[in-house]
Design a protein. Structure first.
Length: 64
């Protein structure tokens, strides 16, 4: 995934989790099925995937 320090991964994870939280707060305000809603749903999913991959990378880093 790259050569990132534990601190860099932790900071990235904090930023991603913050973005997920902000997106989830906005979601109820959007009209369901509208293009903005669909985009936001996809954005949240992508951020969740990124978060999961960072967590996996951190586990591997700790094992090495």
């Amino acid at each position: 995934m790259g050569n990132f320090t534990k601190e860099e991964l932790e900071e990235a994870l904090r930023a991603i989790n913050s973005m997920i939280s902000k997106c989830e707060k906005v979601q109820p305000k959007l009209k369901q099925g509208a293009s903005q809603d669909t985009l936001l749903i996809r954005r949240i999913k992508a951020l969740q995937i990124a978060s999961s991959l960072i967590k996996q990378s951190m586990k591997v880093t700790l094992l090495e």
